[in-house]
Ligand binder design. Structure first.
Ligand code: PMT
Length: 426
């Protein structure tokens, strides 16, 4: 299930006989490409030892709220920040009740309380406990707060009774978890995204390129698809699997990327240029391999077409988002690009050295961005590229709506500089 790839899932395991099934959930999540960390309650550990889940998840299992060692490493706040989603499976009647009351006196309930990410619970308990008005009221309360209910199923139970209260079957549970990442903020929209580097041939065996891995652009495409858009991903040469529900077009050179983008943007609503397109290419692509000699070799380079600038000029109604990869004066250069290329938004991306807060950017799994758009800005602090892409798409959807509200009246694209002195609007 591609939709769970690269997602960080925090799995809570509480005191229920169904705790043993959590092992299979971990295995299947990891098969789907998710990173899983497990938090167990004391009750959960009565049924299955933490060692089992440690072996299956590949990470230490977290159990204690007031453990100085884990608080210094990955304590409850770090776990809450780390996760893209929390799933408590199985969730006992007692845990459901604790969640309703906002308790924070054990690690799992504290993490749930401290987290802002989607929370799903898969209740598992005896049928009478499930049917009890107290449990039913608790479930209604949690649902009304946006907690997603996965199950329970009906059938034979460990206690020998038959009824509702079994842990939801694995496949629908995983489907439900994957749908936690779906929103509909771009439903009905077509989004063209560029990603990765380009390669500009010098001769049949050599090329000019850059360090882009495509991770940022692929995360943007994934987040747009999860937001309900039809996504066309124009990808440079990268070794990444295609995101779910994206139409992928593979290209090599800047010219091919240009042609693929231009063939699709006329029907699109939004264009997001995350690719690191080569700015120059060799004037001559030698037919044969250039022979080594002791002389210096001079390559004559010519500029490639700026895809983003051309798209923005030719399709003024299209909502255009650029990235600005900079090693100095990030904000200044990003704002210049926003204005010169007449964009609706720019994502300023520090790619210089000592980028501790961005953990490397090129090729890494994390990044940080500063967004600027006419009249506003937002700082997206360091996190996984996937989470960042999701935040970017939220801003894009908001600004797209605002712009279309105005453009319907004026039919013109107004490019104003953001008020950079303002407090970030997020
Ligand atoms: O791929 P990763 O390893 O995950 O790394 C992500 C990233 C650093 C590549 C990405 O976040 C990023 O910053 N992408 C833009 C890189 C870049 O080329 O920036 P630029 O400042 O040189 O270009 C400005 C904008 O013009 C970009 O949106 C670029 O896609 C676009 N452009 C540039 C040149 C060109 N010929 N055509 C273009 O469309």
């Amino acid at each position: 299930m591609q939709r769970l790839a690269n997602k960080r899932i925090l799995l809570g395991v509480t005191g229920s006989i169904a705790a043993y099934k959590a092992g299979e959930i971990i295995r299947r999540l990891r098969d789907a490409g998710a990173d899983v960390r497990v938090v167990m309650t004391r009750g959960g550990a009565e049924f299955v030892t933490p060692m089992t889940f440690q072996a299956l998840s590949g990470h230490p299992v977290h159990m204690h709220l007031l453990d100085t060692e884990s608080e210094a490493g990955m304590g409850h706040i770090e776990l809450a920040r780390w996760a893209d989603a929390i799933c408590v499976a199985p969730a006992s009647a007692d845990f459901v009740s604790r969640l309703v009351h906002g308790r924070a006196d054990d690690l799992l309930s504290a993490v749930c309380l401290a987290s802002k990410v989607p929370l799903a619970i898969a209740p598992a308990m005896n049928g009478a406990m499930w049917a009890n008005p107290a449990t039913q009221a608790n479930i209604r309360t949690l649902s009304s707060r946006g907690v997603v209910m996965l199950g329970p199923d009906e059938g034979e139970q460990a206690c020998g009774e038959t009824g509702t209260g079994r842990l939801q079957a694995l496949q629908p549970l995983l489907e439900g978890l994957a749908s936690l990442f779906e929103r509909h903020i771009l439903s009905g929209k077509t989004v063209v995204v560029t990603a990765g580097p380009t390669r500009e041939a010098i001769d049949p065996v050599r090329y000019l390129s850059n360090h882009s891995s495509g991770k940022m652009g692929f995360s943007v495409a994934t987040a747009a698809a999860e937001a309900g858009a039809h996504v066309i991903l124009v990808a440079g040469p990268v070794s990444l699997p295609s995101p779910d529900r994206c139409e992928r077009i593979d290209v090599i050179s800047a010219q091919q990327m240009h042609d693929a983008v231009l063939a699709h943007v006329a029907q699109a609503d939004i264009f997001i240029a995350a690719a690191a397109v080569a700015d120059y290419r060799p004037v001559v692509n030698a037919a044969d391999k250039i022979k080594k000699s002791r002389q210096t070799l001079t390559l004559e380079l010519e500029p490639t077409t700026d895809i983003l600038a051309e798209v923005s000029a030719r399709y003024p109604r299209l909502f255009t988002v650029g990235f600005a990869a900079e090693t100095r004066e990030l904000e200044k250069h990003a704002l210049e690009k926003l204005q010169h290329k007449r964009l609706d938004m720019i994502a300023a991306n520090w790619v210089g050295p000592a980028a501790e807060e961005t953990a490397g950017t090129f090729g890494s799994d994390t990044n940080a961005l500063k967004l600027f758009w006419p009249g506003g800005q937002a700082e997206l602090t360091v996190t996984s590229k996937w989470k960042l892409a999701r935040q970017l798409i939220e801003h894009v959807a908001q600004c797209y709506d605002t712009r279309h509200h105005h453009i319907d009246r004026t039919d013109a694209k107004v490019v104003m500089m953001p008020d950079v002195g303002r407090t970030p609007s997020r």
